[in-house]
Design a protein around this ligand. Structure first.
Ligand SMILES: C[S@@+](CC[C@H](N)C(=O)[O-])C[C@H]1O[C@@H](n2cnc3c(N)ncnc32)[C@H](O)[C@@H]1O
Length: 280
């Protein structure tokens, strides 16, 4: 049965409804409608006058209701773009963020001259960083670890989905990192302080795994462990949270890393800190 509502009507109402809780209400409404109809977002624009069927309306309403309860769009879609890949995402792991694409860029810049580099991604979640590096650095040998069995199961699905070669290991960073020598160690470690959890937006706090968000001392544990496992001249590349730059730079300096540098993300926030291991 056809409902009395056109695609344009439905979109307008959904955008208004979602706009009450999301800064990107209109965009969310469009992405969810395109997904629900199995169309590209751009295709909606030529179809505003088309009446929706009752079944189409019901399907869309269910997705809008989830978003109105603050579930992230990525979890509703079940997949999300990262660099050149489309990865499976769900509540087992953090949704890969645009700023983490810059972390990958920095790794590529550091590894450009290294033949068949051995790379370790610590706290891989969906596998985003590890898989992007395997994809964009042919010849690299990438290993990824995570303490979460759930996250690793999802990363395994993404290895199968992309057909890329990444070794996955269940491993707790607090007992060190797998033996090197690594040509590069990269991580987007959990960097929210436990007392900051309540101040996060509900989309993050109530849906993403707390193990991926909160991890006191993870950055320090990794920077220390990596000193023993990085090849001489190799790089440690770290994503840091808002305001985390100074601490990370001081830590790397103290641990004897050299050429410690920072890169900002597209919004101008210092986001990536990297340093080089020398000696031995
Ligand atoms: C901020 S998420 C990053 C996920 C992914 N690398 C990304 O950038 O989208 C941090 C990840 O570190 C993992 N993690 C937390 N504590 C850990 C530990 N002690 N050892 C290894 N991994 C850990 C979490 O399970 C989570 O997947």
């Amino acid at each position: 049965m056809t409902s009395a509502l056109t695609l344009g009507d439905v979109l307008r109402r959904a955008a208004e409804h979602l706009g009450k809780t999301s800064e990107t209400g209109r965009l969310d409404a469009e992405i969810l409608l395109a997904h629900s109809l199995g169309r590209k977002r751009i295709e909606l624009y030529t179809d505003f006058d088309r009446p929706l069927s009752g079944a189409e309306l019901d399907g869309y309403r269910a997705l809008v209701a989830r978003r109105a309860k603050r579930e992230p769009v990525a979890y509703i879609l079940g997949e999300w773009g990262f660099r050149r890949l489309t990865l499976a995402v769900d509540r087992r792991a953090l949704i890969p963020r645009p700023e983490t694409e810059i972390v990958v860029e920095r790794c590529l810049a550091r590894l450009r001259e290294v033949e068949n580099p051995r790379v370790l991604d610590v706290g891989t979640g969906t596998g985003a960083i590890a898989l992007a590096l395997a994809d964009e650095l042919p010849g690299s040998r990438v290993t990824a670890i995570d303490v979460s069995g759930d996250a690793l199961a999802l990363a395994r699905e993404n290895v199968a989905r992309t057909g890329l070669d990444v070794e996955l290991l269940e491993h707790d960073l607090r007992s060190g990192i797998p033996a090197g020598p690594w040509d590069l160690v990269v991580s987007n470690p959990p960097y929210v302080e436990p007392d900051e959890l309540d101040s996060l937006i509900p989309d993050v706090r109530d849906f993403e795994p707390h193990l991926a968000l909160v991890g006191r001392g993870a950055t320090e544990a990794l920077a220390r462990a990596a000193t023993a496992e990085l090849a001489s001249g190799a790089w440690l590349v770290l994503e840091v949270g808002d305001g985390g730059r100074s601490l990370a730079v001081a830590l790397l300096d103290e641990l004897g890393y050299v050429e410690v540098t920072t890169t900002a993300d597209l919004t101008g926030r210092d986001r990536v800190v990297e340093g080089r291991r020398v000696g031995d």
